[in-house]
Design a protein around this ligand. Structure first.
Ligand SMILES: [Zn+2]
Length: 363
């Protein structure tokens, strides 16, 4: 089987707007729209798993502090505001635990060879949750906990993370910031919530050089995003040699999204996904784990998830090369990234004038 789609009806019961009695952007209808669109599409070579046990405390405490786990678990059955943006309803803690459980099950299916790729359709999202706090609609760091399970329990030694959500994945970055076994590439709008993700945040101690940030100016579209990823991703993967590729797949960088200011299209997300899958195919025996993060326009979200799922379910792919020229801003951003990372990853330059995107100069 090529693709596993993982979800759980309990994930729809979480309502972060319960306390304020307002419609919260991270509302249950997001996941319902995604599931409906995928069910209608009936993708070939795709299986569903729709029931997952809640994650255990031991799994959570691999990356979160006991105090954080205590605080979240104490909100079970209650309406609590964990952070200005992050509220719970009575069913939220159960949903958060099952979102992690679904991610753990998915990574076991991928690494165990049951499927090649898995897309975890979960909420609450996870990439803002830090070791000691819930933040930005996120209670636990779902994808990071899945990665940590692959590292500690499944024999995976190196994991490459791509985070293309419009917001910087501060949680994922901070949890792996001092480690060289998990390499994080994160593109995001800047300035934008939560304010982290500068080019000079490159990792620390043993993790130095293993965090690469691509802060994108408002309005950035498919051409620059694909040109940047085409330059960075294959170069880094060639040297890092990941055994698993993990994607924090938010779709709030879509041009129609009400929260984000970037201008990616549904087709752009499909091309980005193909680029990542190509890296997983070449380095990680196809092993790829995606988790749903943001995305707040229901049509753009459902269309983009389906476009990515088509790429993940296909027997083979031909990654699209960036069509247009990279802008001067994108070329300048890549130059800044190259300057911070030196020759470690041999990232090529982008030439804004030749219209072909990444070139193979490494000097
Ligand atoms: Zn986001």
């Amino acid at each position: 089987m090529s693709l596993l789609l993982s979800t759980d009806p309990h994930l729809l019961a979480h309502d972060p707007g319960h306390a304020t009695r307002q419609i919260h952007p991270e509302r249950p209808e997001r996941l319902a729209a995604v599931i409906e669109r995928l069910e209608q599409a009936a993708l070939p070579d795709t299986s569903w798993r729709r029931a997952h046990a809640p994650a255990s405390r031991a799994v959570l405490e691999r990356l979160h502090s006991s105090a954080h786990v205590d605080r979240v678990l104490a909100a079970a059955g209650r309406t609590v505001q964990l952070d200005p943006d992050t509220g719970t309803s009575p069913a939220s803690v159960d949903a958060a635990l099952r979102a992690v459980g679904a991610t753990i099950d998915a990574v076991e299916a991928v690494v165990g060879g049951e499927v090649e790729r898995a897309f975890v359709l979960a909420r609450p999202p996870g990439h803002h949750a830090e070791r000691d706090r819930a933040m930005g609609f996120c209670l636990f760091s779902n994808l990071a906990l899945g990665i940590e399970h692959a590292r500690r329990a499944l024999g995976i030694e190196r994991v490459l993370v791509v985070d293309w959500d419009v917001h910087h994945g501060n949680g994922t970055q901070s949890l792996f910031y001092e480690r060289d076994d998990v390499l994080v590439i994160d593109s995001h709008e800047h300035p934008q919530y939560p304010g982290t993700g500068a080019v000079d945040e490159v990792g620390r101690a043993q993790g130095a050089g293993h965090t690469l940030n691509l802060p994108l100016p408002r309005g950035t579209g498919d051409g620059d995003a694909l040109a940047l990823y085409s330059a960075v991703l294959p170069a880094v993967a060639d040297r890092f040699r990941p055994q698993l590729v993990a994607v924090a797949a938010g779709f709030d960088a879509h041009v129609d999204d009400p929260l984000g200011g970037l201008s990616l299209t549904t087709a752009g997300f499909a091309s980005l996904c193909a680029l990542v899958r190509d890296v997983a195919d070449r380095h990680a025996q196809g092993r790829m784990l995606m988790t749903l993060e943001g995305g707040y326009d229901l049509s753009a979200l459902a269309d983009s998830v389906l476009a990515c799922a088509r790429v993940l379910a296909a027997p083979t792919i031909e990654p699209a090369l960036p069509g247009g020229a990279a802008s001067r801003e994108a070329a300048g951003l890549l130059a800044a990234v190259r300057a911070r990372h030196g020759e470690r990853w041999r990232i090529p330059t982008l030439d804004p004038t030749d219209g072909r995107g990444a070139r193979s100069r490494t000097a």
